[in-house]
Structure formats: C-alpha cells, structure tokens
Design a protein. Structure first.
Length: 209
C-alpha cells in the first residue's frame, strides 16, 4: 500500500523520476538514476526501485528499466490517451526491427500526437546528415512503419545492410536519398533490389541536459 513511509533517498529518487517523466515523456534508466545520485551499480539503484515498487509508489510490470510508471492512489498514471512506443536502438538488415534484443525502452506519449497511426516506433538519431531539417544527433524520431513513400518524405531506408535516414526524392524516374546537410551528397539508388523503405519519420523528440 502507498501509505508506507519511504526514506529520504527513496523520496529523492522518486522526485527525480517524476521530474524526468514530466520533461521527457518517458522514465530514466537505472544507469541514469545511478549517475544522478552517484550510485555506482545498477544493483544499488534496483534496491531503491524495488522498495518503491513494493511500497506502491512505482510500477514496473515488464521488469524493463524504461517502463517504470508512477503510481497515484495505487493506479498507474497512464490515461486512456497515452500510448507507449518502443525505442529501437538500431536498425539492421536481417534482424526483425522490433525484436526484443533491439528495443532499448519505451516512450509514453499522447496518442493524439501520432493520430491513427499504428505500430510506430522510436529511433535514436546517429549522425548529423539531417540537421537542416531540424533533426540532430541524439534526437529521438518517431517512425510510422511503411513500405512506400511520397516524394519529399523523410524516411528510414535500408541500402544493402546499412540503415539511413534521408529525404526520399524521385527525379526523372530515379530514386535519390537526399541529406539535409551541405557536407553530404545525395545518394543515388542504383540497385533497387538492395533498397527498401522501413518507415516514414512523423515526429522528433529532443531532451536537454
């Protein structure tokens, strides 16, 4: 029950999780909590988290560090309009995109932000090839899985074994993957057999530290 007392350190950790969720829309990892409070091991963090779960202040039904939920009156704070989107750490050919080992956590957002789109996923941005489109390294893009794209869409594509995020452009019947950074050149898709579209970028999330 939630009437059990918690220690000062547990309260500080709970407050940190609350502030983190309010700002980012998803909870911190055990490693981030440990860094904040100078706790050297994730096991040390887990002891505090387990205590908060036992006392009814947190819920962690899936046992994953990115799926902590704050509890109010013993009921998770998620409302009917909140959806959880899996965060994919990487994209690789031959590996199912949403395979368990490829998911690093979940992002809880208002479902109105993605409309009626289904099965969206988050993808961490690596590199600066799309900076002029406002997509920076370290950002989290929201992707709607789809196999086709309209001219000008920003997409996640596979070229052979390499995943890339570029603007999809068709010109004179030829497909180009165009960066939004003058330091990079457009990529001409010469072999369409080695090219596939994974999804379309529909949103960008950024956190500041």
């Amino acid at each position: 029950m939630k009437n059990q007392k918690i220690t000062q350190r547990q309260k500080e950790i709970l407050d940190f999780i609350q502030d983190y969720v309010d700002f980012n829309g998803y909870p911190p990892t055990y490693r981030e909590i440990g860094k904040k409070f100078n706790i050297s091991s994730t096991f040390g963090v887990k002891r505090h988290i387990d205590a908060l779960i036992k006392k009814g202040y947190l819920s962690n039904e899936s046992r994953a560090s990115r799926t902590l939920s704050l509890v109010v009156n013993n009921t998770p704070t998620e409302e009917q309009n909140i959806v959880e989107i899996p965060i994919v750490g990487r994209v690789a050919a031959g590996i199912p995109l949403l395979a368990e080992e490829n998911i690093e956590g979940n992002l809880s957002i208002d479902k109105n932000l993605i409309g009626n789109r289904n099965e969206c996923f988050g993808l961490k941005v690596r590199g600066d090839s799309m900076k002029n489109a406002g997509i920076l390294e370290g950002d989290l893009v929201i992707v709607q899985p789809q196999r086709e794209a309209q001219n000008g869409d920003i997409i996640i594509a596979l070229l052979g074994d390499e995943a890339t995020m570029k603007r999809f452009v068709i010109e004179n019947g030829r497909i180009y993957l165009v960066p939004e950074n003058e330091n990079y050149k457009p990529i001409l898709v010469e072999n369409t057999d080695d090219f596939s579209i994974i999804g379309k970028v529909i949103g960008v999330f950024r956190s500041y530290s």
